[in-house]
Design a protein around this ligand. Structure first.
Ligand code: SF4
Ligand code: SF4
Length: 189
């Protein structure tokens, strides 16, 4: 099949590219000065209903989170307050980062085989894949705290133990879908 070549002769100004460069500069300048004026107005408390640039003004302004986003882990409890975890090791086994360390103990209740004497997650290794949540047969571990901001000055400080994991609560179901404040940071030091 023959290929038909379409020839298009550029005019003098098109060959110089100057009109398109000017058009691009005009567009950029319009957005720049428009956003600048809006941000100046915001700093005086005016025109708060107008949004400036399309970027989030972190850390004052937080990006909304998807309800499905996997955030910091927590361990859930039974109605009597004891951990739902039965130390079955499913999460530890499935974890691709090998960052869950569980020591199981005999549970006093004969209906429940075991409980976690210790349950540590090393957040410095975790890749937040959610496999541990998927594998758990007891709905004992969830990643719904809404906490994304945690840090530590040491590797040891990134390890969450069973008490910390049990102390966390799910993200509040509100219309404000921003990240939770990390009240329960891994210990630093
Ligand atoms: S989210 Fe993934 S990497 Fe992190 S503890 Fe769970 S299974 Fe392991
Ligand atoms: S959190 Fe779930 S999967 Fe992991 S040991 Fe406990 S019961 Fe088993």
């Amino acid at each position: 099949m023959a290929i038909k070549k379409i020839e298009r002769n550029l005019g003098f100004w098109e060959k110089t590219y100057l009109p398109e460069i000017a058009h691009g500069l005009r567009l950029t300048a319009r957005h720049f000065f428009g956003n600048l004026l809006i941000h100046i107005a915001h700093s005086f408390g005016w025109a708060k209903h107008l949004r400036g640039g399309e970027t989030y003004q972190y850390p004052e302004e937080r990006r909304p989170l998807s309800p499905r986003l996997r955030t910091l882990h927590r361990l859930t409890r039974r109605q009597d307050g004891s951990p739902r975890c039965v130390a079955c090791m499913m999460c530890e086994t499935v974890c691709p980062a090998r960052c869950i360390y569980i020591v199981g103990g005999e549970h006093p209740n004969p209906q429940i085989e075991k409980y976690p004497v210790s349950f540590d997650i090393d957040l410095g290794l975790c890749v937040f894949c959610g496999f541990c949540v998927e594998a758990c047969p007891e709905d004992a571990i969830r990643m719904d705290t809404g906490i994304l901001e945690f840090s530590s000055y040491s590797r040891e400080g990134m390890v969450m133990d069973v008490n910390k994991l049990l102390s966390l609560s799910p993200k509040q179901q509100t219309t404000d879908n921003r990240p939770q404040t990390a009240d329960h940071k891994p210990q630093t030091g």
